[in-house]
Design a protein around this ligand. Structure first.
Ligand code: PLP
Length: 381
């Protein structure tokens, strides 16, 4: 059996060697509490601040605008609940139908306690029409929350334009930038964003560490109270993971996004080879405005779960949508929002990272071609 071919990097990524090595001392030797005054603790605090500065540099933010959380789900929930709690007289929020569950479930909860939510629809390619957002704005709109890039189809959304619209109406704007960070340049001075979230485990840091950017002057009501993170997020800092995230961000800064062109070429090669070799294929998403690493691709009549399982038997890992949804065996809300013909064309998601090679892609395509043939023949019987 060939070694593992991992093509599900929008679900999570491998911890890089630089991140792993940076973290290790904070898991064994250097375990002081960053809040302690003696140097065994305060030296850890210094490393945490170094990591914060790296993240601030990546976003073109001030270090004081960055707080560490346990994950992007926590960052998203904090941003939304803080917007709600700091605007007690307003009851309306605008979002989209293709957000991640951490946004949608928070909004669902708010609906259950009387808030009104407008979910902006998308077209067949998953695109948003910004004028739909403008039309949805009400006197009592307190927040607009739109993701920067979609985890399933890879679409990149016009958050700069949407954020300016929000600002011109005095409405808070939040963006879930989890899938965008490291893949496209994000400059918080160029977008009118109040809050922005991202996660370590999508950029080769470990699972369980997230970031929330809070623009200076934006009110923040914590989700978890305590004195850490300048009273904005309680809980003893996860020092090892924070320094690991700082190292992952340093790798992005050092590379300056050049790796993404290589990844994009590999993704484009993969799609063109698939189209050349396998008939009746459909690629979802906005082909002109997509993340460089993502391909949502369907094979007419082929059940994506069966396809995924057969590929797994060859040690090849893809997903059938968002990792969080795939356990539910429900159609993906993103594809449903795109009005996709899921009876005929239900996709798998392939998402690449800097660790994927052309050799791996060639093996994958060969296996994919034979597995699709097997499943199509089986479907005819
Ligand atoms: N937002 C998007 C777009 C994601 O893809 C994910 C993870 O899949 C999250 C939020 C949640 O991130 P975390 O796992 O750090 O909570």
């Amino acid at each position: 059996m060939n070694s593992k071919i991992y093509l599900d990097n929008n679900a999570t990524t491998k911890v890089s060697e630089s991140v792993f090595n940076t973290m290790l001392p904070y898991l064994n030797d250097t375990y002081g509490n960053p809040s302690s005054i003696y140097s065994f603790g305060s030296s850890v605090k210094e490393e945490i601040e170094k990591s914060r500065r790296n993240i601030a540099k990546l976003l073109n933010a001030n270090p004081s605008e960055i707080i560490f959380t346990s994950c992007a789900s926590e960052s998203n929930t904090t941003a939304i609940m803080s917007a709600v709690r700091s605007n007690p007289n307003k009851r309306h929020i605008i979002s989209t139908s293709v957000e991640h569950a951490s946004i949608l479930e928070t909004l669902k909860y708010l609906e259950s306690i009387g808030y009104s939510i407008t979910y902006i629809p998308v077209d067949n390619s998953g695109r948003i029409n910004v004028s739909d957002i403008e039309s949805a704005i009400r006197e009592d709109t307190l927040l607009i929350t739109v993701m920067m890039a979609n985890n399933e189809i890879g679409n990149i959304y016009p958050v700069e334009e949407i954020s300016n619209l929000a600002a011109s109406h005095g409405i808070l704007f939040h963006t879930d930038a989890v899938q965008a960070i490291g893949k496209i340049k994000v400059d918080v001075k160029e977008i009118n964003v109040n809050t922005l979230s991202f996660s370590g485990h999508k950029i080769h840091a470990p699972k369980g560490i997230g970031v929330l950017y809070i623009k200076e002057g934006t009110p923040l009501v914590p989700l978890i109270f305590g004195h850490q993170e300048t009273n904005r997020r309680g809980g003893t800092e996860n020092a090892a993971y924070i320094v690991g995230l700082g190292a992952a961000v340093k790798d992005i800064l050092d590379d300056n996004y050049t790796i993404n062109k290589t990844i994009e070429n590999l993704r484009d090669y993969l799609e063109s080879e698939i189209i050349n070799r396998i008939p009746n294929v459909k690629i979802y998403g906005d082909k002109d405005n997509r993340l460089s690493n993502t391909s949502s691709i369907a094979f007419k009549g082929v059940n994506p779960n069966e396809l995924m399982l057969l590929l797994e038997s060859f040690n090849i890992y893809v997903s059938t949508g968002s990792a969080c949804n795939s356990v539910l065996a429900e159609p993906s809300h993103v594809l449903v929002a795109c009005n996709a013909n899921l009876n005929d064309y239900s996709p798998i998601r392939i998402s690449l990272s800097k660790y994927n090679t052309k050799e791996e892609i060639d093996i994958f395509i060969k296996r994919l071609e034979s597995v699709v043939n097997i499943l199509r023949k089986k479907g005819k019987n």
